[in-house]
Every structure is written in C-alpha cells, then in structure tokens.
Design a protein around this ligand. Structure first.
Ligand SMILES: Nc1ncnc2c1ncn2[C@@H]1O[C@H](COP(=O)(O)OP(=O)(O)OP(=O)(O)O)[C@@H](O)[C@H]1O
Length: 563
C-alpha cells in the first residue's frame, strides 16, 4: 500500500474537485433511482386509472429528476477528470524528481523500456485510481443508504433484500474474484514492461543485430513478449466481463426477489399494490450502481502494483547533502581511504585509494583498461557514492550539494549525450551566436553551422565530431576544475593536439585532471597517477616515474615497441 498512500496524498491536493465529484456522482445516482422509482409509481397509478391531472406533480418531478441526473453526471465527469489529470501530472513530476535524486548509475540500472513503461503506462493506469477505485464505493454506499432508508419506510423485508444484494455484489463477489485473481494472476504490468524493454532494445541495437544476423532471435523474443502480454490482457478482460455478468445477475435476482416478497406483502395486506412497480424499478436502478464494483479488484491490484513500481523503494535512504561547494576559485581534491564497489557487483572496483590533487595542478590518470580511472572521476563528480571520503577544498563531498560542484566543473566523460535538435541546442549554452561559433571554431568544428541538424543520440555525427562538440561545450563554461576522460581518443593526432592546446590554454590556472591511454605529452603534467586493478600503484612526475623504472616505465616501453 506504500505506493497507493502516496497516490492518495497527491489526490488529496485536489480536495475540492474530489468532494465535488463525489457530490455530483451521488446526486446523479440518487436522481436516477428517484426517476425510476417515480416512473414505477406513475405506471401503477396510470394502470389504476387515476386521471392525468392528479399526477401532474409526479410527472414534473420525473422531468426534473431526468434533468438533474444529466446535469450532475456531466459535472461529475468534469470534476473527476480534472482531479484525475491534475493528480497524474503531480505523480509524473514526483516520479521524475525521484529519478533525479538517484545517482545516475542507479538510473542506468533500469532497462530503458522498463523505465518508459513506468513513466507512461503505469502513470496512465493510475487514472483509474480515482475514477474506479476511490470514489465509486463511497457513492455506492451513500446511494444505497438513502435508498434503504427510503424503502424501510414502506417495508423492512424489501429493505433487507436490498442490503443482502448490496453485500453480495460489493463484498462477496469482488472478494471471490480477487481470490481467484491472486491464484491465476497474469501480471499485465510486468508483461507490458517486458515488451517495452524488448522493443527499445530491438530499436537501439537494430544495426548491430542485423550485422551479426541476430535480428531474428531478438524479433522472436519481442514476439514472445507481445504474445505474453496479449494473453495476460485477454485473461484479465475475461475476468472482468464474467464479474460484470454475475453482478448484473445479482441485480436481476434481487428484482425477482423483490417481486416475490412484494407479492407476498400485498396479498398478506402489509403493503399497497400501487408500490410494487415502484420497488421493482427502484431495485433494477439501484443495482446499476454496483456495476463499477465488478472491475474494482482488477483495478485495485493493478493500481497497487503500478503505484509501487512508480514509487519504488530505494535500497538505502540517502541523507540529503546540504553544503554547497564554496566558490573559492582554485580547487584541490583528496581521496582518503576510498573503497568502491558498484552496486550488485561482486568485484570491488577501487581499493583503499589515497591521493591528492593540489589546486591549479595538472594530473593524468593512466593504467590498464578497467583499472578504475573513469570510476575515480565519477566519484569526484559525485555520480557514485563510495566508502571512505573524497574532499574538495577540504569539504567532504558526501555533505556537498552536487549542483554546486558541477557548476564549477568542466567535464567530458567517455559517453556524451546528444539530443535531436540543432548544433546550437546541443551546445547547451545561453551564450551569444558569436560566442557559440567561436567555441565551435576552437573545437575544430568550423565546418558546422549553429543551425545544422543533430539526430537523436548524435547519430549523424562521427565519433570524433561528437567529442569535439562535447569539448566545444567546455569552451562556453567558466569553471575551475577540469575532469576529462579520454576527451580526444577518437581524434586524429593533429586535431587532438590542436584541441588539447586550446583546452590547456583555458585551463592554465585551473585544476586539470585527464584520464588517458595515450602516454605521449605527459611530460608537462605536474603528476601522473598510475592505476592497476582499482589501486594506485605509482604516482609522481614523468621524470620521477621513468627514473623509478616501475609500472609506468614498462607501459612506456610497451608503447615505444608498438609504435
Ligand atoms: N556502471 C557500472 N556498473 C558496474 N560495473 C562497472 C560500471 N562501470 C564500470 N564498471 C566496472 O568497474 C571497473 C572499472 O571501470 P572503469 O570504467 O572505471 O575503468 P577504466 O580504467 O576507466 O577503464 P577504460 O580505460 O577501459 O575506460 C571495470 O571492471 C568495469 O567493469
């Protein structure tokens, strides 16, 4: 229920619309019962030959009730849908905020299709929460209470029959179906999420799957997920229809029972015959209100699951950081006893890392692939949380608001995101066109204009163009800390050198950290930190490391031999 409690809280923000929906739904329902009750009375009186003039008031009431019913139904629809759609928008925002508060790596752990399915289908399915779960039972109880009280005035036995029928169709039948559903349950949401995940993977990997001739396998997995979903939906719909039919039967059964009891009451002189048609029509109409209860168990279980998927529990409660990084200009960084393992991974990624990066220094991380260099940058950026502590300007990063840190950082990570739009949109800056064009020029992208189109994920850009576009973003920012993860790995040597010269010109007085597999040009670095299997194995200047003839020296030797 944890998820549904949050949904109720969001719904209660629209208290006024909620109350008005219940009120108008009650008026519409009770007006319908009144309309048919009065009609039954009219039919009996007409059959007994009462002159039409004596029935004018009842005829007027029938007309008034018909009008009231239509108007109230319209108002109910208006307020209930307004409350629902406003609630959905609150939930979307809350879901998005929940994702925003997760570290990026936790978000990445979701399959894209699953996330989309939660964001779209699960949120959409919650529109049934107010419309079919929350207020129909309240309205039903109110209408039945009023009807039973009215009936009690004429006959205890008919009132009792109505109560029995109500219990049968709103308690016994839904409970029975809920039980059956629990044993034969087809989790539609999970199937939908599977299909969505299969579809996104098919689309993302389309080219590779085609080249590796595995498209047929993936398509088969997609078709199986599709069939599973259809099967689950069919089963669910069958349940709902059967429930509706049985509910309708209960209404008819009660009408027959009222006819029989009414007949007995009339023949035994306990009730006047003129009321019989009235109670028949009253019973048939009042049981129409129990129809929405047929779908109640299905919607309840579905919404409970959807709410729990949207407001999923996180593994551990993360305390909100409160301290901003002070804008002191130069930035220094130190790692003290930092250990890190990616969640759900068996292998430890960083082990007891201790290092120091002085303000204004130039540092290069080198080492074998998978040794933990990129992870170190992610820890500095607070994209992951480690044990031990990282300090920036002597402030513990765990207490630091990430936004204040990112504001002072110029970053190029290995994977950059590009969006469908223009080059201008993808520079992610409010700078003037002149400044944007100059940044492109410095990143050696003068062949592009600001209005050139960029496809989703930058699919129409080469690997090197994407890197240069990411670097152009840096030239438009004013930050004191540079964290670059193989920023020029896809560029030819000449362009790479030109671009690096531009970067170093801007970073001259800043703290500069680069991860690189290219061991050339490291002579100019203030320090080189060598990583192996998640540990710092060497650190020092280029000359110091070469003189030591250790790991770095061997890497240099291998590089020289392979050139
Ligand atoms: N998101 C992730 N989830 C789980 N494990 C990860 C994740 N990212 C990286 N790893 C693992 O952490 C280890 C260190 O990876 P990292 O990317 O930091 O290494 P690296 O030294 O930067 O490698 P490369 O030079 O190839 O980029 C690797 O074993 C990798 O498999």
């Amino acid at each position: 229920m944890a998820g549904l409690n949050i949904v109720i809280k969001q719904l209660m923000k629209e208290k006024r619309d909620v109350v008005l929906s219940i009120l108008f739904s009650f008026i519409a329902g009770i007006a319908a019962v009144g309309l048919f009750t009065a009609s039954g009375y009219l039919i009996s009186q007409a059959a007994l030959g009462v002159p039409i003039t004596a029935l004018t008031v009842v005829i007027a009431i029938v007309k008034l009730l018909g009008f009231t019913r239509a108007l109230s139904r319209y108002s109910e629809r208006y307020f209930s849908h307004r409350a629902t759609f406003t609630m959905l928008s609150h939930i979307r925002v809350q879901f998005f905020e929940k994702l925003q508060n997760l570290t990026p790596s936790k978000v990445q752990r979701f399959r894209t299709g699953d996330l989309l399915s939660r964001f779209v289908s699960d949120v959409e399915s919650l529109q049934n929460f107010f419309l079919r779960i929350f207020y129909p039972p309240i309205v039903l109880v109110l209408i039945f209470l009023s009807t039973v009280l009215f009936t009690l005035y004429f006959s205890f036995w008919i009132a009792l029959l109505l109560v029995v029928g109500l219990l049968l169709s709103t308690v016994v039948l839904p409970a029975l179906f809920a039980k059956v559903r629990q044993t034969t349950e087809q989790p539609v949401q999970e199937k939908r999420s599977d299909l969505s995940a299969q579809a996104t993977e098919l689309l993302f990997g389309y080219q590779d799957l085609k080249i590796h001739q595995k498209l047929a396998d993936q398509s088969e997995a997609f078709n199986t997920a599709n069939d599973d979903l259809i099967q689950a939906q069919t089963k669910e719909r069958k349940h709902e229809l059967l429930n509706q039919v049985l509910d309708g039967w209960i209404g008819l059964l009660m009408a027959w029972a009222v006819l029989a009891v009414g007949g007995w009451l009339i023949t035994s002189g306990q009730m006047e015959g003129v009321w019989l048609a009235m109670f028949m029509l009253l019973t048939l109409t009042v049981f129409e209100n129990t129809q929405p209860m047929a779908a109640f168990p299905q919607y309840f279980l579905e919404n409970k699951k959807a709410a729990n998927r949207i407001f999923f529990k996180e593994d551990e409660a993360v305390s909100e950081p409160t301290q901003p990084l002070g804008d002191a200009g130069a930035i220094d960084i130190s790692f003290r006893g930092v250990d890190f393992t990616y969640p759900d991974e068996p292998r430890s990624t960083l082990k007891n890392v201790n290092l120091s990066i002085p303000s204004g220094s130039k540092t290069a991380f080198v080492g074998a692939s998978g040794s933990g260099k990129s992870t170190l940058l992610q820890l500095i950026l607070k994209l992951e949380e480690a044990s031990g502590e990282v300090y920036i300007n002597s402030q513990a990063i765990s207490q630091m608001t990430p936004e204040s840190l990112w504001q002072q950082t110029n970053t190029v990570m290995q994977d950059q995101q590009f969006f469908a739009g223009t080059i201008r949109d993808n520079l992610l800056s409010d700078a003037s066109d002149e400044q944007l064009t100059y940044a492109l020029k410095r990143a050696r992208l003068s062949n592009f204009s600001l209005t050139d189109e960029v496809y989703e994920k930058g699919d129409n850009l080469s690997g090197g163009e994407k890197q240069r576009l990411a670097i152009a973003r840096l030239f438009l920012r004013d930050a004191n800390l540079w964290l670059l993860d193989e920023p020029t790995s896809s560029l030819d040597q000449v362009t790479a050198r030109e671009v690096m010269t531009e970067i170093l010109r801007d970073a001259e007085n800043d703290t500069f950290v680069i991860v690189s597999h290219n061991l050339r040009g490291l002579e100019n670095m203030d320090q080189i930190i060598v990583m192996d299997h998640g540990e710092v194995v060497e650190q020092g200047t280029f000359d110091e490391l070469m003189a030591r003839k250790g790991y770095f020296y061997q890497l240099k030797e291998i590089e020289r031999d392979t050139l």
